[in-house]
Design a protein around this ligand. Structure first.
Ligand SMILES: Nc1ncnc2c1ncn2[C@@H]1O[C@H](COP(=O)(O)OP(=O)(O)O)[C@@H](O)[C@H]1O
Ligand SMILES: [Mg+2]
Length: 347
């Protein structure tokens, strides 16, 4: 396969496998490391790897169309993980070709995995004692007979809200690590959207009253059921509301609603919106808020930072339901988060 090994003398001596393919998909050149690593199966490997980098459909065209895009992807083949980088290459005769660079990252990935398993385990173990604290607080607060004076009752209620916030952060980190490890499955149960909104709103009502923000929900009648996970969708809406609570000043308004999107007479999708009259998000930051760990320049009005994972998880949950998320925001005016969820029917 190494047709003209004198062509790229430096690459020839590199330990990293490299192969160059042309627009017809033929291997134009590969270095000794490529052949040593992949042996007789090199052709299959290459097709496999190319598909992974460029996507299933029309992978070859994809390579050459995305000329500017340097893509990197991890591919598992025969027990090893290779990080494949694609580099556009144009020779003296202006013929485009693509160089693929295979870096063995098996050990690195194993170390990353061990670290994240460890973190996930610790975070999971934090839930036990925290549930204990929550249970105790609830018990004390609910005892009619005990005469808590109003200051103590307020302090305990505050402790309860903070423990809920902590539970929220722990759940966020756990969902995130499930998404990362590919074990984030969405249940397939009937979901009543109106009830879901009511529950989400109720769980944050006391925070809203403390912060003097109006929180209300409104939805049309006869919203059809959708299929999915009640728990994950409720959590997603709670996430959006708690974001709004962080960035909406006193006397502000947060409204949560649901509408039916119809095509003719048929309900096609349910659109859930969480809209606030808060500080809004800069246009330049709007697209990044869905990324993991991304937080915009906005400072929460009430302290209490986050993980930057909330909206990333919301997006993953909605997409796992076959839906999509969008945001509209005007700085100084407010933000509207929109979740569109398809209405699936039994066949
Ligand atoms: N309703 C909102 N109003 C203003 N900014 C928002 C709103 N929702 C999200 N943001 C911005 O998007 C960022 C990402 O949100 P998220 O992923 O939930 O992370 P976190 O809440 O942990 O900071 C937030 O840090 C904030 O800057
Ligand atoms: Mg958040």
């Amino acid at each position: 396969m190494s047709a003209n090994s004198g062509k790229y003398p430096i690459s020839e001596r590199l330990k990293t496998p490299i192969a160059i393919i042309n627009e017809r998909g033929a291997v134009e050149w590969s270095n000794a490391a490529f052949e040593a690593t992949f042996g007789d199966d090199a052709g299959n490997w290459l097709t496999e790897a190319s598909r992974a980098v460029a996507g299933e459909s029309g992978w070859l065209q994809g390579f050459f169309l995305d000329a500017d895009e340097l893509r990197s992807i991890d591919v598992d083949i025969e027990g090893c993980t290779y990080r494949i980088d694609k580099i556009m290459h144009v020779d003296d005769y202006d013929t485009p070709s693509v160089a693929l660079w295979f870096e063995d990252v098996t050990r690195q990935r194993e170390a990353e995995q061990a670290k994240s398993d460890f973190t996930a385990q610790i975070v999971h173990d934090l839930r036990g004692p925290l549930s204990g604290i929550q249970g105790t607080l609830e018990f004390v607060l609910s005892q009619e007979g005990t005469k808590l004076d109003s200051l103590n009752a307020d302090l305990l209620a505050e402790a309860k809200r903070e423990s809920e916030r902590m539970m929220g952060l722990i759940n966020e980190i756990m969902d995130f690590s499930k998404i990362q490890s590919g074990s984030f499955a969405v249940e397939q149960e009937p979901v009543r959207v109106a009830g879901l909104l009511k529950r989400a709103v109720r769980s944050l009502q006391s925070v809203a009253s403390r912060d003097e923000v109006f929180l209300l929900s409104a939805h049309g009648r006869d919203i059809p059921q959708i299929i999915g996970s009640v728990e994950k969708l409720t959590q997603a809406v709670i996430n959006l509301i708690s974001n709004s609570l962080k960035f909406t000043p006193k006397k502000g308004l947060i409204s949560v609603g649901a509408q039916i999107l119809r095509k003719g007479d048929v309900a096609e999708a349910i659109v859930i919106t969480v809209t606030d009259s808060g500080m809004g998000i800069k246009a330049t930051e709007l697209q990044q808020i869905w990324d993991k760990y991304k937080q915009s320049g906005n400072k929460s009005l009430r302290g209490g930072g986050g993980t930057g994972l909330g909206l990333y998880i919301v997006k993953q949950v909605v997409e796992a339901h076959g839906g999509e998320v969008t945001v509209a925001s005007v700085e100084g005016v407010g933000t509207s988060m929109v979740l569109k969820l398809p209405v699936k029917r039994a066949a």
